[in-house]
Design a protein around this ligand. Structure first.
Ligand SMILES: Cc1ncc(COP(=O)(O)O)c(C=O)c1O
Length: 357
């Protein structure tokens, strides 16, 4: 078996053990004579894996009982719409503009609320995480993108404000503990740290669900998911199965604390090389705002970036090209990216820099 050094931003590397197990169970899931994709979502076997995934997520992220765990089809962008549709109800909504995804989330609020920026990282070129301004009166919630996948900046902690905070943690969920006293809802597309694409995990305080907009199609209301254990309609059962395997893998590795430790080690390996060769590499994020999940940089000689990407690919390093909207270079270091892969890349980048001297 040949496995790439996969630094994709999402969909991204999954633990090899998970893929091997899924392959072994593809045609006969635990004696059922069927693969998971073929199981009825009303069967006892499916129900057991569905509940185990919900319980494991609760355990790993230390989710308190007054929060509901939901699986919703459609990815994080779907949540950009569902959040304001359920929670804004014509009121002001604060958005922390720290990048492309934050802006996309804000744009979706127009139909349901009155969005305003509680901070704006644009003047600083999206290199840092600005302090938040005042919360406007009657604000329904403030939306935060805890890790900015494209610019490679990350909040160190979630700011404390007097209104509910809704956090898009698509690219750093399960890589560090969550302070549940600071958030009323967390959501994440699953295709980075949690599993396959096509679904979002949504964890929301039950008060927000209860008081949410009831004048929406049932399938768009969070209460439909919370009241029916995300089994109101056919859930993305295979994605939930793989999510369950990934959560089980994470637990066996030592949980979120271990994921965080690894993220620190892996990101430091690359930031060290970037900082050691300032005549070759230029880090994008300011050091105090650097992401542990997405390391973004450019080459001092920008004309060489395509050559760099091609040379990296020839060495087996996949996914080091920056996002199509901003260019440059980006290396994503999600939970399943092995330290050995990052060490190999750091070594190769060092040799690349030395060769420029
Ligand atoms: C922080 C963040 N939010 C939202 C999204 C959009 O996710 P999806 O493609 O699942 O809609 C992404 C995708 O990369 C992301 O990184």
């Amino acid at each position: 078996m040949k496995r790439a050094y996969n630094f994709n931003a999402g969909p991204a590397a999954l633990p090899e053990e998970v893929l091997v197990q899924a392959a072994a169970e593809m045609t006969d899931y635990r004696g059922t004579g069927m693969g998971v994709m073929e199981l009825s979502h009303r069967s006892a076997e499916y129900d057991a894996l569905h509940e185990q995934a919900r319980a494991d997520l609760r355990e790993l992220l230390a989710i308190p009982d007054d929060f509901a765990v939901m699986f919703v089809q459609g990815g994080a962008s779907h949540q950009f719409m569902m959040i304001p549709a359920n929670l804004a109800m014509g009121r002001p909504t604060g958005y922390a503009d720290t990048g492309v995804w934050a802006q996309k989330a804000m744009q979706e609020t127009g139909l349901y609320g009155q969005p305003y920026k509680i901070c704006d990282a644009a003047p600083g070129g999206y290199r840092d995480i600005p302090a938040w301004g005042a919360v406007e009166a009657d604000t329904a919630y403030v939306h935060i993108t805890t890790n900015n996948t494209i610019y490679g900046t990350q909040y160190r902690e979630i700011p404390a404000v007097s209104v509910p905070v809704v956090a898009d943690m698509s690219s750093d969920i399960a890589s560090r503990p969550i302070d549940w006293t600071r958030v009323a809802a967390v959501y994440a597309g699953t295709q980075k740290n949690l599993g396959p694409a096509g679904m979002a995990v949504v964890v929301m305080h039950r008060d927000l669900i209860r008081t949410g907009n009831a004048r929406l199609p049932k399938i768009l209301q969070y209460r439909t998911y919370a009241d029916n254990r995300s089994l109101y309609n056919t859930p993305p059962s295979y994605a939930i199965y793989i999510l369950g395997l990934v959560l089980d893998w994470m637990k066996r590795q030592g949980g979120v604390a271990e994921m965080e430790r690894r993220a620190r080690v892996k990101s430091q390996l690359l930031y060290t090389v970037i900082d050691r060769y300032p005549e070759v590499f230029v880090g994008h994020a300011r050091p105090e705002a650097r992401s542990l999940m997405n390391v973004t940089f450019t080459l001092r000689d920008r004309a060489q970036e395509a050559v760099f990407v091609a040379a990296a690919k020839a060495q087996g390093f996949v996914g080091v090209k920056g996002h199509r909207l901003v260019g440059g270079l980006r290396v994503s270091l999600y939970n399943a990216v092995p330290q050995a892969a990052v060490e190999a890349l750091a070594q190769w980048m060092t040799a690349y820099a030395e060769a420029q001297a």
